[in-house]
Write a protein that binds this ligand. Structure first.
Ligand code: NI
Length: 227
């Protein structure tokens, strides 16, 4: 399941984060790579534990917490604190699969990456190329969303970021450990949740089928969730 979630940040929220990022110093992106992905990666990142990444990351986390759609789709248990990258001057990231377990530097905080997320922080027409291609889900020229929009996709997929020929592609990226590890189960819950919400809008909260289906949702979640 690949999901586009619009308006995680509004224009003001994007500007606030960009003000932090555009004044920060960036380093070679290979600081977070595994051995295979390090060979195919050519971009810049904000130092993970630096003030800029921490301040901007806090704003991203707050925005995610305000998105019912993100919560329903990801059913997050833990998040890896948001990181930030920048591709320019031909920068790209070739085919790779994200590491299964991410361990936060200098801590024992670890996250199993069930889902990968990219929050776009530059308008698509401000850079050339730079689409995100996800095997079996998004072919070339790849996905480029408006600034403030989020792309959520299974961390199990091979993906790449195409070369950025002009301008700069700036984004936040992070991983989510879901309460429901299995993609199929998580997708079923999300479908059920969407239909229940539609039914509530039509019939109200006390409709007998709304009550039954809400109960069914929670009983499936109880069966499948690890918390
Ligand atoms: Ni990746």
């Amino acid at each position: 399941m690949m999901l586009k979630i619009p308006d995680i940040l509004d224009k003001g929220g994007v500007a606030k984060i960009r003000a932090i990022l555009d004044n920060a110093s960036w380093v070679d992106g290979n600081v977070t790579s595994g051995v295979q992905s390090g060979m195919v990666k050519n971009n810049l990142q904000l130092p993970e534990l630096g003030d800029a990444a921490q301040a901007a990351g806090k704003l991203v986390l707050e925005a995610l917490g305000r998105s019912p759609l993100f919560m329903a789709a990801a059913l997050p248990d833990k998040l890896y604190p948001p990181l930030f990258n920048r591709y320019e001057g031909g920068g790209q990231f070739g085919d790779h699969i994200d590491n299964a377990i991410r361990i936060r530097k200098g801590s024992d905080y670890r996250v199993r990456s069930d889902l990968s997320a990219t929050l776009f922080l530059a308008e698509p027409d401000s850079y050339e190329g730079g689409g995100l291609v996800v095997e079996g889900m998004a072919e070339e020229p790849g996905v480029k969303l408006p600034a403030g929009h989020l792309l959520l996709y299974p961390a199990t997929t091979v993906h790449r970021v195409l070369p950025v020929a002009g301008g700069a592609r700036v984004a936040s990226f992070f991983w989510i450990q879901s309460m429901v590890r299995d993609l199929g189960q998580r997708s079923l819950l999300f479908d059920l949740d969407k239909s229940v919400q539609n039914l509530v809008a039509k019939n109200g909260n006390d409709d007998v089928d709304v009550v039954r289906l809400t109960g069914l949702y929670h009983n499936l979640l109880r069966r499948w969730a690890d918390v």
